[in-house]
Design a protein around this ligand. Sequence first.
Ligand code: UDP
Length: 337
Amino acid sequence: MQLNILVTGGAGYIGSVVTAELLKAGHRVTVFDNLSHGHENAVPEQARLVVGDLAQREKLNELLAASRFDAVMHFAAFIEAGESMVAPERFFRNNTANTLNLLQAMLEHGVKKLVFSSTAALYGDPKRVPIEEDDALDPTNAYGESKLLVERMLSWFHRIHVLRYASLRYFNAAGATLERGEAHHPETHLIPLVLQAAAGDRESISIFGNDYPTDDGTCVRDYIHIFDLAAAHILALEALQERDRLIYNLGNGNGYSVREVIEVARTVTQRPIKVVEAARRAGDPAVLVASSEKIKRELGWIPRYPRLKEIIGSAWHWKQKNPQGYAAAKNLQASND
Ligand code: UDP
C-alpha cells in the first residue's frame, strides 16, 4: 500500500537516507526541513521539499491541512551531545518544545502515526550491557534528556489521543549508502572526523578521555550502518499499520572503543591517522552497547552490514567520491542554472 509520509529533517544524514528508502518502497514523501544543518542536495529528487521550521506552527498547520499524511517520521533535531552540555536550552527548545508543535499539528489534522528518532543517550550510564529497552532511563547529557521528554510525551499522547508511535533508539549511526553520507557542519562525530584525519583534511583526531573504566580507557560505542537503520524505519512504519506502540533499540550488539575505531579506520583507509589524547567530553557515558533482540524478534529486522570494517569502508568510499560532502553538488547545480 502506498503511504503519504511527512519526513521532518529529511535533508539530514539519517532523514535523507530514510526518505530514499521510502521512495524505493513506493511511498510518497514530503520533506520538511529548515536546512539549518541539512543539505538540499541530500533530498532525493522525487521527494517534495518544504523549507520550514518546526517552531513555525502556522506553516506546519498549513502543510498538514493541505496534505493528507498517513504518518510522520520525525528526524529534525539537534544531535550534538557535547554541545547540549553547553547550551541545553537550545535542545529543549528545538528537540522537545518543537516536537510538541508537531504533535499538536498532527492531532489537529488527524495524523495518528509517528516514527520518532530516539537515542541510546536516554540510558545514560547503563547498569548492564547490552542494554535492553526496559532498562533504566537516566540521561547523562541534556541531548538525551530532550529526547526522553519527547518519549514521555508520546506515551501520554498514545494513552490519551490514541497516537500510534514507534520510538527508535539509535546507537551510533555511521557509514554511507552509495548516494548519501554523513556531512555535518560542524562535524562532531567520531567516524567522519577520523576519516577527515585519514584524508588529510585535519591534522589529527582527538581522543576525548583515556581514563574511562573500559579495556583501553576510551569510550565504547555500538556503531550501526545507516542503511540498516533506514531499513528498521520502514519495518516500524509497516508495523504501525497493525500495532500501536513500539520501542526498539537499534545497534549491532558489538562495542568498539574509540581506539579500536581509529585502528579499523587505519586498516580500511591504509592511511596514517595521528591521534591526540584530550580531556573527556562532558556528558559522555563510558559504554553504550545495544541489545536489538526485540526488533529482530518482533519485526524480523536483520542488519545487513553489522561489521565495523564495512561501516567505516562505506563512509570512506562516500567521502572519496564526495570530498566536499554535499557542497560540490550544490556548486554543480548552481553552475547549471
Ligand atoms: N569522540 C572522540 N573524539 C572526537 C569525537 C568523538 O574521542 O573527535 C568520542 C566521544 O567522546 C564518544 C565517541 O567518540 O565517546 C563517539 O562520539 P560521537 O560524537 O561520534 O557519538 P555519541 O556517542 O556522542 O553519540
